[in-house]
Design a protein around this ligand. Structure first.
Ligand code: BGC
Length: 604
């Protein structure tokens, strides 16, 4: 239920009206530090504050109040560390801020985030119309920028679960952990369909099956965006439009990358058959924003494609939310910054993730409108879409206090949900007749780089953009989970490198937990995803020290696993997040193996 106080709304409406009347009366109105000449400030009756008016009426009421400059400001999305002078927020009527992954307040707790957000919003409230900021983060597997958040398995593991109800509940839990920090916009879900698992963003997707990606993308959005399910108004983003999972190896426009930010060469029929349906499903499910990717298709940057953004997405698919561009993506359109901004806006980009220099962007759009290169109709269309989303995120209305949601943040209930997701995401690659393991074995040896490391379990987009190393966030490692699962009489011996004493003979079971170090985006592009020599050595040592060997692979994608890198049994655990206990639940038979590969994993 949305909480609003009618009396307060009326008071605000009256106040706005009085201020607007006074402004017109004196002929000069200062909003922020920008003087606006007589006649150019529309009068405003403040009706947009009335929570019980239909959203569309509120949007039109507010749009009618806005000056051209106020509209242009709404189209800017700025990285929070690029705001060097906070009054710029009202001076330019900025529409939105974001925390790039890893950009957090010094006090990286829900309280610290709420304080930061409240500070930014207090500047937005000082603008003439008091339009609140949208604040966006990448909560791609929980609200994981924040210390103590529940870290859910990355989407590739959820793809393996094939469980829409589970994904819906994770979406709702993520909305609660976001709202507890005062954030109402999530750059998730990723509904790209992966074709080449060498791509460093494979783990952010639900896999390579169009239907599965569509189904789980919708389930996530239902949980995330439904006030009824989460009790916390949050909007989502379907990304990265379009064909981003099909970029070709070696085509990246970024010299440090190989696939990411590259070129998609599939023909239009394939684009429509394989890659468009998840976006159509997200639009039908009411997604509030769509992020256009860094991809090039048909010789054109996606952000410049009027055909794909306006004709297909907004026209054919009937998308009524707003299109946001990706990090600095618009300026990759050739022709210089001014031309790039004009091209993107006319193509259908409504909000530009700049993310740094908002002043020049605002100057470009002012000039473009003055010179008739961007029409006032296009400007109104973009702003109308942004305002609609802001209203959907409940930003204009009184909210349940974010503190009230704090008990949900990293709660036992959410961690149990994450553990359930881990159980359901494990895939048995090879059985070897040894699973499930009895809990009362005499001796188990455990080794490998990912056995006792929450950072490696959690992957990229965890506290930092490229993830972390070690056990300094709350959670249960896979080793901890094994220790907690076995009988008190079972000895569990751990050495990351696999050096075990042979004096006591072979262990009943050896478990090597191996895998990838965390990465994000193009930094994870890899020609040959495989285990390191250290992990291969750990597997060999575990094999030598045990009667039966189990290999658990902690990775964001299939790795090359020759016979010598496998155990009697091998399990794909993906990137399970902080609740490693879910792995032991399945190994020791408290939960059966139900996960299925969400993409091909050839074993040789
Ligand atoms: C990524 C997006 C992300 C954005 C904001 C970009 O680099 O491609 O997926 O949402 O950064 O952090």
């Amino acid at each position: 239920m949305r909480f609003f106080h009618r009396r307060r709304d009326w008071l605000r409406a009256g106040l706005t009206l009085a201020i607007a009347a006074a402004a017109v009366g004196v002929g000069l109105y200062r909003h922020g530090y920008v003087a606006v000449p007589r006649g150019s400030v529309p009068t405003c009756d403040g009706r947009y504050h009335l929570a019980d008016l239909p959203v569309e009426d509120r949007v039109e009421a507010l749009l009618g109040c806005m000056t051209q400059d106020e509209k242009i400001g709404q189209m800017a999305l700025v990285e929070k560390n690029s705001i060097h002078w906070k009054p710029d927020i009202f001076r330019y009527s900025l529409g939105a801020l974001l925390s790039g992954s890893g950009a957090k307040p010094d006090d990286n707790t829900p309280k610290g985030w709420r304080g930061m957000l409240e500070d930014f919003q207090s500047y937005a409230r000082r603008s003439r119309l008091g339009i609140p900021l949208l604040y966006g983060v990448d909560a791609v597997h929980g609200n994981t920028n924040v210390l103590g958040a529940t870290v859910f398995p990355h989407s590739i593991g959820l793809g393996a679960s094939r469980d829409a109800d589970l994904v819906r509940r994770i979406g709702a839990a993520t909305a609660q952990e976001l709202a507890a920090t005062g954030v109402h916009w999530n750059f998730s879900p990723t509904v790209d369909v992966v074709k080449d698992t060498r791509w460093g963003r494979t783990f952010e997707t639900f896999g390579s099956d169009t239907q599965l990606v569509s189904q789980l993308g919708v389930a996530y959005l239902e949980g995330l965006q439904s006030l009824a399910l989460s009790g916390a108004p949050v909007i989502g983003t379907a990304k990265h439009y379009l064909g981003t999972g099909a970029m070709d190896w070696g085509t990246s426009g970024n010299p440090d990358f190989k696939v990411d930010q590259g070129v998609t060469t599939v023909d239009e029929a394939t684009l429509r058959r394989v890659h468009l349906p998840p976006f159509k499903a997200a639009v039908d499910a009411g997604v509030s924003s769509v992020m256009v990717g860094h991809t090039t298709w048909n010789g054109e940057e996606l952000a410049a494609s009027r055909y794909l953004l306006t004709d297909v997405l907004k026209g054919e698919l009937g998308f009524r939310g707003f299109v946001v561009s990706d990090w600095y993506g618009v300026y990759e359109i050739p022709g210089g910054e001014y031309r790039a901004a004009v091209t993107a806006i006319n193509a259908g980009v409504d909000m530009v993730m700049l993310p740094y220099d908002y002043k020049s962007f605002i100057g470009y759009v002012r000039r473009a409108v003055a010179e008739g290169e961007v029409s006032t109709e296009r400007l109104d269309d973009a702003v109308r879409r942004i305002l609609r989303a802001k209203l959907s995120a409940g930003l204009f209305d009184s909210q349940p206090p974010a503190e009230a949601l704090e008990s949900q943040f990293g709660s036992a209930e959410h961690r149990q949900l994450a553990r359930e997701a881990v159980q359901k995401s494990l895939v048995l690659l090879e059985d070897g007749g040894m699973l499930p393991l009895p809990k009362d074995l005499g001796r188990i040896v455990v080794a490998g780089s990912s056995a006792h490391n929450l950072g490696r379990q959690s992957g990229g987009w965890t506290v930092e953009w490229q993830g972390i190393d070690g056990n300094w966030i709350p959670g249960t490692t896979i080793l901890d989970g094994i220790r907690q699962a076995v009988a008190s009489t079972t000895a569990v011996e751990y050495d990351a490198a696999g050096s075990f004493t042979s004096a006591v003979g072979k262990a009943d079971v050896g478990i090597a937990v191996v895998g990838e170090a965390p990465y994000a985006e193009g930094w994870g592009d890899s020609e040959h995803p495989a285990l390191t020599s250290e992990d291969l050595q750990a597997i060999a040592r575990v094999r030598a020290a045990s009667k039966k060997t189990l290999v658990i692979v902690v990775s964001g994608r299939p790795l090359d696993m020759p016979r010598s890198a496998r155990g009697d049994a091998s399990v794909a655990a993906w990137l399970p997040g902080t609740e490693g206990g879910g792995v032991a639940d399945v190994l020791f038979g408290d939960y059966p193996f139900t996960g299925k590969l969400p993409l091909a994993w050839p074993l040789r």
